[in-house]
Design a protein around this ligand. Structure first.
Ligand SMILES: *Cc1c(COP(=O)(O)O)cnc(C)c1O
Length: 419
């Protein structure tokens, strides 16, 4: 899996990504800037390919983890399919050069407009999450004279043992259809002319560090596949979702080979194609947020490093109390001080890291690691802050894959009241 931490220290002790020093990126593009490593995301993708060698399988990158066109394009060139959760993400995949025929569409609230858009584009599969969605999809398909390929996303009721906000496969949450309702839904779908049954899907949560729950989910799903077969309903694929965890601090996530071993064991005798929907594990450790210290602010109880990135750039600490490693870009020979690394936003929740021993001075650059997934995609313009630039490093080269926003663009769609 992706090396951790992604950046390496060079001889002169400046942190670099692949062959590019972060000091050079800050100089050229300013801060805050998201920096990604093409080698790291490629390595993460190839780790899955390695684990799946010899199996008919597709890796559908979960676009919501990071939907930048440059990143989608890099995955498309590696042969990835895509897991989307909105019509907007479908447009991105197509704009990035991705193949709509490799797209699966998840989500509990697909609108008729999104369904039509996806049917017109010819996506691979709708992962249907309710009886009402099945009815809606059948009627939309009939209206456009198309047949909608579907899987039901079933809720296997397996505890992924992760953060409650990112656990999705238990009975009491909004995702998927109940395990006990699945067979009846397939029977119904089989009678609908606008619907073609293709597969079955499940996704039990995110940041999973233990391989066992995914294996259990696969076993649960397999019982449905076998029962459906006895009724003459055969499936072409089994989608086991995403969710493999990454290292943020001292976690020891499995490598893809080990993570998938229980799944592959459960499905060893099956001929269906296996689909995966990994997001975080493909891009999380391939990205960092580069920020500059504006002020060091000593306090009586606490010292603060006030940086130019904030919770609007990286929401995970404020949202989930998530931990991101913070590394100074230049190593200094100073005594370490304990700091909270905070942004300029008017919220006490605006912190990126707390209680970190850092050897830093005013104006120093910091790298906030493991920020490639659910970083930029969750960024906002709170406090009328322009969203960060994004840069993809590829060996010695550095590609700007998203310009920093202009403030004027932030209110370009707004209007003053008439005189
Ligand atoms: C978010 C999501 C994923 C990706 O999850 P990761 O934890 O980022 O791997 C996959 N499938 C579905 C349906 C999702 O909602």
């Amino acid at each position: 899996m992706t090396a951790y931490p992604m950046p390496t220290l060079t001889g002169d002790a400046a942190l670099q990504v692949e062959a590019v020093p972060l000091t050079a990126i800050a100089e050229q593009f300013g801060t805050p800037t998201y920096v990604y490593s093409r080698a790291a995301l490629t390595e993460a993708f190839q780790a899955y390919q390695h684990a799946l060698a010899g199996r008919r399988a597709s890796i559908c990158y979960a676009v919501k983890a990071n939907s930048n066109l440059g990143i989608l394009n890099a995955f498309a060139r590696l042969g990835a399919g895509f897991d989307i959760v909105s019509g907007g993400e479908l447009q991105r995949v197509i704009a990035a050069g991705g193949d709509a025929a490799k797209v699966v569409f998840s989500g509990v609230g697909k609108t008729s407009v999104e369904m039509r858009q996806a049917l017109d584009a010819g996506i691979r599969c709708f992962n249907v999450e309710s009886a009402a969605e099945l009815d809606r999809l059948a009627s939309v398909a009939a209206e456009c004279g198309k047949v909608a390929p579907i899987a039901f996303r079933v809720n296997p009721d397996v505890d992924p043992k992760t953060h409650p906000y990112i656990s999705t496969g238990l009975k009491n949450n909004k995702f998927g259809v109940a395990f006990d309702d699945a067979i009846a839904l397939y029977r119904k779908a089989a009678t609908l002319p606008g619907i073609a049954i293709k597969g079955i899907a499940s996704h039990i949560g995110s940041q999973l560090l233990d391989p066992a729950p995914a294996g259990e989910a696969a076993e649960r799903v397999l019982t449905l596949v076998e029962q459906l077969a006895t009724e003459g309903i055969t499936l072409a694929h089994i989608d086991i979702g995403g969710g493999m965890g990454i290292r943020y601090s001292d976690e020891t996530p499995p490598v893809a080979d080990d993570y998938l071993a229980p799944v592959l064991k459960a499905l060893a005798d099956r001929s269906e194609e296996i689909l995966l929907e990994p997001g975080r594990s493909l891009i999380g450790n391939a990205g960092l947020l580069l920020t500059r210290i504006e002020y060091l602010k000593p306090g009586q109880e606490k010292h603060f490093a006030v940086v130019d990135a904030a919770m609007n750039d990286l929401a995970r600490p404020a949202l989930y109390d998530a931990f991101h490693e913070v590394v100074p870009v230049i190593a200094r020979d100073l005594p370490a001080q304990t700091y909270d690394v905070v942004g300029p936003i008017c919220e006490s929740g605006d912190f990126l890291a707390r209680n970190r021993a850092l050897k830093v001075a005013d104006g120093d650059l910091l790298a906030i690691l493991s920020a490639g997934a659910y970083g930029m995609t969750m960024a906002s313009n709170y406090n009328t802050r322009a969203r960060a630039a994004e840069v993809m490093v590829d060996g010695k080269q550095c590609h700007l894959i998203r310009e920093r926003e202009n403030i004027a663009d932030l209110f370009a769609l707004e209007r003053r009241l008439p005189d």
